[in-house]
Design a protein around this ligand. Structure first.
Ligand SMILES: NC(=O)c1ccc[n+]([C@@H]2O[C@H](COP(=O)([O-])OP(=O)(O)OC[C@H]3O[C@@H](n4cnc5c(N)ncnc54)[C@H](OP(=O)(O)O)[C@@H]3O)[C@@H](O)[C@H]2O)c1
Length: 370
């Protein structure tokens, strides 16, 4: 897409044309209104680099709504670490620049192409699988992209239900067969994935040992995670002991661990694992490598695995995604799945981005409200 075509040229013309048509030819409203989207405000980047330097909010001209397209008025979309990595240009799969940021979110159907019959104006939809270019006020994509969801959950949950909660669910199911009473260990427990792992484990009677960064207010954070169902929560420095297993008490040694941090936090997960335990790495927030001692490979026979949702979405199992999302939304609806988020108005996008980049210390997940 040439950048020139991204720029606003038709904002006024688009709305004037629509209101004139509405007033003069009421019967022609559907065909006219569904042929062109409203103009859109979008977060775009023309080159890869530090997100706070390369992104800006611009106005986009209306686009054609083809017969199989759905025009969605976006309601909310999170800023996930992978969005940041896509903009930085370090994510393995990323849209070509210039590009619009954002990969998951929820919106309300605004207009339908003439051949679309499975959705109605006003329905809430999410892209499933997630889809790029969602940080904009109006998104036009083919109907097959969109999954209709019930409106009985808060919009910030609908906006964030796919990337992180689904990752948590799949990782708990796919690597080690866990039974009620088993234990898992994880670092990055304050992340959305981490909070979901705690709660999804609890739903299945699985106990969790959780590791968080040392930080001001860590006791309060521990209490919050325990209220979600965490059995134990330790800061990294609390685990600088000779044998972490002495901290297990009645909990069985974990067979499965999750790592989204790397460095020392990954070593701590490994130290908790039992013989032949598995650590699944799904993120690298500290940007530090994982170090495994020779002795733990030889004497504990540990397994190191990786998980990437986008790869999973390209397998034949991807069609299981939609029922899983319904399941996760039902847990939200019944109060069994919750996580901390902060809704930030779109006009404060750069502040929300700074918070998501960690420039202002630790903050809950930033969710843009359009
Ligand atoms: N592989 C996949 O398919 C997949 C799917 C979803 C998510 N992920 C990954 O999962 C991880 C968590 O994602 P999320 O959206 O759930 O996270 P999030 O809610 O945005 O939270 C970020 C987490 O990273 C921690 N953190 C940030 N910077 C850090 C640093 N320099 N050192 C140590 N910890 C740091 C934060 O700790 P504080 O609370 O202490 O600030 C917090 O726990 C990310 O790495 C993401 O890329 C991977």
């Amino acid at each position: 897409m040439a950048m020139a075509s991204l720029r606003v040229t038709l904002r006024n013309l688009g709305s004037t044309r629509r209101s004139l048509q509405t007033r003069i030819f009421p019967s022609a409203v559907r065909s006219i209104a569904t042929s062109l989207s409203p103009p859109s405000r979008a977060v775009v980047y023309e080159q890869h680099g530090p997100p706070d330097q390369v992104t800006r909010v611009i106005e986009l001209a209306p686009v054609e709504i083809k017969e199989n397209d759905v025009c969605v008025k976006m309601l909310a979309s999170p800023i996930n670490p992978s969005d940041i990595n896509r903009i930085e240009g370090v994510y393995p799969v990323r849209p070509p620049v210039p590009a619009i940021g954002g990969y998951e979110g929820v919106g309300e159907v605004h207009a339908l192409g003439s051949a679309v019959s499975n959705l109605a104006v006003g329905d809430w939809v999410i892209p499933s699988p997630p889809s790029s270019g969602l940080w904009q006020t109006y998104v036009v994509k083919e109907q097959s992209v969109w999954l209709k969801i019930n409106k009985d959950v808060p919009m910030e949950y609908a906006a964030t239900i796919t990337v992180n909660p689904l990752t948590a669910l799949l990782m708990l199911e796919d690597f080690v067969k866990l039974n009620s009473g088993d234990t898992i260990v994880q670092n990055g427990a304050t992340s959305i994935v981490g909070q979901c792992i705690i709660q999804l484990a609890k739903v299945h009677g699985i106990k969790s040992i959780n590791i968080i960064r040392d930080r001001v207010g860590s006791e309060e954070v521990k209490e919050k995670l325990k209220r979600l169902g965490a059995n134990e929560v330790y800061t990294e420095s609390q685990l600088e002991v000779k044998n972490v297993k002495n901290l297990l008490g009645d909990l069985p040694e974990p067979a499965l661990g999750f790592n989204c941090i790397g460095g020392n936090a990954a070593s701590l997960v490994l130290r908790f694992l039992r013989q032949r335990g598995t650590m699944v790495t799904y993120g690298g927030m500290s940007k530090k490598p994982i170090t495994v001692s020779t002795s733990s490979f030889i004497f504990k026979d540990l397994a190191l695995r990786g998980f990437w949702l986008q790869k999973w979405m390209s397998t034949e199992r991807a069609n299981e995604c939609r029922p899983m999302i319904d399941y996760l939304l039902s847990l939200v609806q019944s109060g069994k799945l919750k996580y901390e988020m902060e809704l930030s108005p779109f006009h404060d996008f750069s502040l929300a981005l700074d918070k998501a980049l960690g420039k202002l210390g630790s903050h809950p997940k930033q969710v843009i409200k359009f």
